[in-house]
Design a protein around this ligand. Structure first.
Ligand code: ADP
Length: 495
């Protein structure tokens, strides 16, 4: 029995020990779990706080991004507006818009200056009307405030030292500000001053960037407008100068025409006056030579013949002068009829055969096939050929060659009188067609001439609507070319 209780007690103690052993183990486990749970709670709490903080930061970033986007959108609008005008005033007028506020600032002042002159307020946005003029005066009376910006520096409340910050915030009555130069290439054309008074705005570096971009765009537009103004002004100036010169030239031309007419009238009058007594002199000389008035001793006859010859030369000269002035003033009658050039050349060749023979000069022709007839005053064109071929004979040495070439195209006939003569120097060619011009050469020293032949030839060719020119090589030969248009022309009535 004793043993039984002992065993029972042992069993009970054993069971209790087992129970409490488990119990304490469980309690320990529970404690450990509790520590774990509380740790997890703490971690969760920290994470929740982090999420809240991140959310706050995200919101802030979103706000900043929205602000930036608004700013960029406003910049885009402004850029489109100001880049579509080339008038400086209009650029600033277009800038003065309510959406300026979307750039992140409540107040804007845009100043320009030229050649270090005073500032002019071009845009004042967000400032009370009565404050604008005093603001302009303040900046002009203390130019040193904006001097660094004028030299290309950006000053803002983000980075400026306190004393500078105080000056700007004081003048502009704002809490935060930025002053940015308006640059075009390396020149500063003006200054943008932007600022915020309200507490809700917090200026960031992004805001600085937006204003810098705005300044860039204004700079480009201003430079374009000023360039346009400059080009426009100089084109107007040029137009005015052209008009002035045209006026001057017109009056000079009128004067030349007047003088030329006076000259023609004078030559014409003098020639007429000279021709009459010359005709008498020639008449008397001719009568005397015949011996009808009395016997003429040989020596007298000789002198009379000289008088006759010189009178002929003088009459020739006077006739040429008269013709030049009459063609010049359009007072010579031109009878334009259809003629073929080869037959005119054949006539002139016949006429000049004695001179050609005298110098044993060979005269050849080279004509295009199917040469068209030309409307011309045949008498006048014959004079052209006589003059040119006569000159060719005069300036070609014995046994030379003269060739008359005629070519044509759909609008004109081109004639060339080429010789194998002494040629003409480049510097003389320019003056050949001037009245009385004769080249100084050995032949001219011995052979008499007037220097009027080519001037007359030019007038006749031009009166036919043609052109005349010459090519020459000294000691090789010369070729005079002239053209005659093939189309019909209207004859000129005699004046
Ligand atoms: P002129 O023959 O009376 O001197 P022109 O007006 O006919 O006057 O000619 C002007 C000058 O042009 C001549 O003096 C001569 O020096 C030069 N000249 C004209 N034709 C020829 C030619 N075929 N070859 C060389 N010189 C020429």
């Amino acid at each position: 029995m004793h043993n039984f209780y002992g065993l029972l007690l042992f069993v009970i103690f054993g069971m209790l020990a087992l129970f409490f052993g488990r119990y304490f183990r469980n309690v320990k486990n529970l404690k450990a779990s509790l520590v774990q749970v509380s740790k997890s709670f703490q971690e969760l709490d920290a994470q929740a706080k982090l999420i809240l903080q991140t959310d706050l930061e995200l919101n802030k970033t979103q706000e900043a991004l929205d602000k930036r986007l608004n700013g960029l959108d406003a910049l885009h609008k402004i850029s489109r507006l100001i880049s579509t005008t080339l008038i400086e005033d209009e650029i600033f007028h277009r800038l003065n818009q309510p959406f300026l506020i979307e750039l992140g600032f409540e107040k804007f002042l845009i100043l320009t200056f030229q050649n270090n002159g005073p500032f002019t307020v071009r845009v004042d946005f967000g400032f009370p009307r009565n404050e604008v003029a005093p603001l302009g005066k303040t900046f002009n009376s203390k130019p040193q405030i904006l001097q660094p910006v004028k030299q290309g520096k950006i000053i803002s409340s983000l980075s400026a030292p306190k004393d500078i910050k105080d000056i700007f915030t004081g003048i502009l009555s704002v809490r935060q500000f930025i002053a940015t130069p308006i640059l075009s290439q390396k020149n500063v054309l003006g200054i943008i001053l932007a600022g915020n008074q309200s507490e809700s705005y917090t200026m960031t570096e992004g805001d600085e960037e937006v204003i810098a971009i705005l300044a860039d765009q204004i700079g480009h537009s201003l430079a374009n407008a000023r360039l346009f103004e400059q080009v426009f002004r100089s084109s107007q100036e040029l137009e005015r100068k052209v008009q002035d010169r045209t006026k001057e030239l017109t009056s000079a031309l009128e004067e030349v025409k007047r003088i030329s007419k006076t000259k023609s009238d004078f030559i014409s009058a003098v020639s007429h006056e000279l021709r009459t007594p010359l005709t008498s002199i020639k008449g008397y000389a001719s009568i005397l030579i015949t011996g009808k008035v009395g016997a003429v001793p040989d020596k007298v006859r000789e002198r009379l013949e000289k008088i006759n010859k010189h009178t002929d030369n003088l009459v020739g000269l006077i006739n040429n002068l008269l013709d030049i002035s009459r063609i010049e003033s359009g007072r010579v009658e031109m009878k334009f009829l259809e003629h073929d050039i080869p037959s005119i050349i054949a006539n002139v060749q016949d006429l000049l055969t004695p001179q050609l023979r005298d110098k044993n000069i060979q005269f050849t022709t080279a004509f295009d096939d199917a040469l068209p007839n030309v409307f011309m005053d045949a008498g006048q064109i014959e004079r052209v050929f006589i003059n040119l071929i006569n000159n060719a004979i005069k300036f070609t040495p014995i046994s030379g060659t003269i060739t008359a070439k005629v070519t044509h195209d759909s609008r004109k006939v081109t004639v060339g009188i080429a010789d194998t003569g002494i040629g003409i120097k480049e510097e003389d060619i320019k003056k050949l067609f001037t009245e009385f011009y004769r080249v100084e050469n050995e032949i001219n020293q011995n052979v008499k001439g007037t220097g009027l032949g080519l001037a007359l030839v030019k007038k006749i060719v031009e009166a036919h609507g043609g052109q005349i020119w010459v090519t020459s090589t000294v000691s090789v030969g010369t070729c005079f070319y002239f053209t005659l248009p093939t189309g019909p022309k209207t004859s000129t009535p005699e004046a």
